[in-house]
Design a protein around this ligand. Structure first.
Ligand SMILES: [Zn+2]
Length: 304
């Protein structure tokens, strides 16, 4: 009994915390759902092969199915169908679109890849670049397909809402544009790296100021002027040299406020120390490095 009360308290607190962006709520009823046909211009919400499973308005026993099930392999990338403000909770995301529509997707991955452990690790469920109540761009990576909750197999349950009510997403899905890699909105996109250098865009997970070790999730790699987004959770570790950490490296555009007139440097940051700790965890830093004898030698870091 005590445990039940505790669970309901936690649930009501988290609902209250959604602020202006609570999840759209689908009807839970056996009454027919709205059937008007709307084709919302959008990007198909997953990348890669899929098949459409359960359709909208079909019986699920005590209620009618409120979305379309997009069946796809576990860890298939899920992308934003349209630009807008994102909200999310465990297994589920929703977007308040700039176009006035809303969508919701659920059953994102809750397992450590290769297992069925149900550990609900955020890093294997959602993209590191999202933050509750912030903007996502159309085609941006949101997270990964899974079989969480009551799902009987991996799929994305996808719902669509217009200003009045829930709508059948099938026509919009049919006409949706398919993309083959996610779009990566970067605030600190860098010029082409020098020969022998690479640039990784990395969201901070952990930073150890004692030795300058930055542990993060890779968002994209840059070769020449080409940005190649990652579509799987990829952890990387870099040791940021002291000269860059303390801002004494004149080549480092991202670490001192005095050089922030450089357009690539991103928004102003406080002076070191404590600089890297101040970076938001959902915006990637651009780390330029060369590979030497098994080490990654960092030559420049541009703040998010
Ligand atoms: Zn479903």
């Amino acid at each position: 009994m005590g445990a039940l009360i505790a669970i309901s308290l936690i649930a009501s607190q988290s609902w209250a915390s959604y602020g202006k962006f609570p999840p759209p709520v689908a009807p839970f009823t056996n009454a027919k759902l709205p059937t008007r046909t709307v084709a919302v211009p959008m990007i198909f919400p997953i990348i890669g092969s899929f098949s459409l499973g359960g359709r909208y308005n079909v019986s699920r026993g005590r209620y009618l199915h409120t979305g379309v099930d997009i069946k796809a392999a576990k860890m298939t990338p899920v992308v934003a169908p349209f630009s807008g403000i994102i909200g999310f909770k465990k297994h589920t995301f929703w977007i308040y679109g700039d176009n006035g529509y809303k969508c919701l997707g659920t059953h994102l991955n809750d397992d450590t890849p290769g297992t069925r452990d149900g550990k609900n690790n955020f890093d294997y469920m959602f993209s590191p670049m999202i933050k509750f109540g912030e903007r996502v761009e159309q085609g941006q990576l949101i997270g990964y397909v899974g079989d969480s909750g009551k799902a009987t197999g991996p799929h994305l349950h996808f719902e669509l809402f217009d200003k009045k009510s829930i709508i059948d997403p099938v026509v919009s899905l049919h006409y949706a544009q398919k993309i083959y890699s996610p779009r990566v909105p970067l605030t600190n996109r860098q010029p082409a790296p020098a020969p022998g250098e690479e640039i990784y865009y990395v969201c901070k997970k952990n930073y150890f100021p004692i030795n300058g070790t930055l542990y993060g999730l890779l968002v994209a790699k840059q070769y020449g002027n080409r940005i190649i987004p990652t579509t799987r959770p990829t952890f990387v570790t870099f040791t940021i040299p002291e000269a860059i950490r303390n801002g004494s490296n004149p080549n480092n555009s991202g670490l001192h406020s005095s050089t922030l007139e450089t357009p690539e440097a991103g928004h102003p940051l406080p002076n070191p120390p404590g600089l890297i700790e101040a970076w938001p965890t959902n915006k990637p830093a651009a780390i330029t490095f060369t590979r030497k004898g098994g080490y990654n030698l960092v030559t420049q870091v541009a703040a998010p």
